[in-house]
Write a protein that binds this ligand. Structure first.
Ligand SMILES: C[S@@+](CC[C@H](N)C(=O)[O-])C[C@H]1O[C@@H](n2cnc3c(N)ncnc32)[C@H](O)[C@@H]1O
Length: 301
């Protein structure tokens, strides 16, 4: 675990910092709270009570998002098909050895995680779960091509630290795997990610900031495939982008990350985007920030 440093977040739940990516897995305000506000609540899992659903968890890490999902589905007796993608086994190893993490969930979550760690697989009457270890850019192609998801969680490190999982090419593969009316949910409110998702034909919404923390103007993004407003109304958790957010998409910050053959290095992806930003006529992001009185702190993508 030398590549990771553990730390306690403000809600009492534990998290890790990756020394390689130089970034925390979760906000220091609360790992558990972040999972609940940014992933579980926007999933509106109650609509699947007693029914079946399929979920793809990209960048599984310690497994907070899947654990919270499983915990809810166990209680409401739903049937789940879960795929998870993750490059490193160590964060899951850490979760399995951490009593305070395991205590957050129904005991069955530990059983499932143990099986995922040892056999990459878990199956019983309610749940079929698989984890594919390796680079998500490659492993996503191992999911059967006709397999589609109701929910996709995308929880990679931030686009500047790990652009590999936020490029047009990768997001295109990811969104192809959504069912009609299926949602991709991410904590990111980056203009590049939002613009890419919109250009891929998805309807995008902003996850509303929570009352305890008004510093950030959004808690993330929900992108819905083949959105039909009669079937799924925006609810109190997410809403249409505000004028400020729409204008963000008109700035140089909206220039996408590109990775033509899905095997570029982080440095190449960042450099290509910087070159494109330098030669672009779009509004400098600084101007947008000034117009809306945005500080660096409130501008976390
Ligand atoms: C922000 S953390 C995930 C947090 C996670 N959802 C949790 O609950 O702990 C990002 C994760 O992405 C993984 N990762 C980084 N690059 C990846 C890649 N190319 N493919 C798959 N996983 C990757 C890291 O190993 C790390 O576990």
């Amino acid at each position: 675990m030398s590549e990771y440093r553990e730390f306690l977040t403000k809600d009492g739940s534990c998290s890790l910092k990756s020394l390689f990516f130089q970034e925390n897995f979760h906000s220091s305000l609360g790992a558990l709270e972040e999972t609940k506000i940014k992933f579980t609540a926007p999933s509106d899992l109650q609509r699947f009570k007693g029914e079946s659903l399929s979920v793809l968890d990209i960048c599984f890490g310690m497994g907070y998002n899947s654990a919270s999902l499983l915990d809810k589905l166990i209680k409401q007796k739903s049937y789940l098909n879960l795929y998870a993608l993750e490059i490193d086994k160590k964060p899951l190893e850490y979760s399995l050895s951490n009593k305070s993490f395991l205590k957050l969930w129904a005991p069955k979550v530990k059983k499932i995680f143990k099986s995922l760690y040892q056999k990459d697989y878990f199956e019983d009457q309610f749940f079929q779960c698989r984890i594919l270890w390796g680079d998500a850019r490659e492993k996503i192609s191992s999911i059967p091509s006709d397999y589609k998801f109701d929910l996709i969680y995308l929880d990679g490190f931030s686009p500047q630290k790990c652009p590999q999982v936020w490029t047009i090419e990768f997001l295109s593969k990811v969104t192809e795997k959504l069912n009609s009316q299926g949602s991709l949910i991410t904590y990111s409110s980056s203009a590049a990610v939002r613009k890419t998702l919109r250009n891929l034909g998805l309807e995008i919404f902003s996850i509303k900031p929570n009352f305890n923390n008004r510093t950030f103007w959004s808690q993330g993004t929900i992108a819905i495939s083949k959105f039909d407003k009669n079937k799924l109304e925006p609810n109190c958790i997410f809403e249409k982008l505000s004028l400020m957010e729409e204008e963000h998409l008109l700035t140089k910050a909206s220039i996408p990350y590109r990775d033509q053959d899905l095997n570029s290095s982080k440095e190449d992806i960042i450099k290509k985007r910087l070159d494109e930003q330098l030669s672009s006529n779009l509004l400098p992001t600084k101007k947008w920030r000034e117009k809306w009185g945005m500080t660096k702190l409130s501008f976390k993508s």
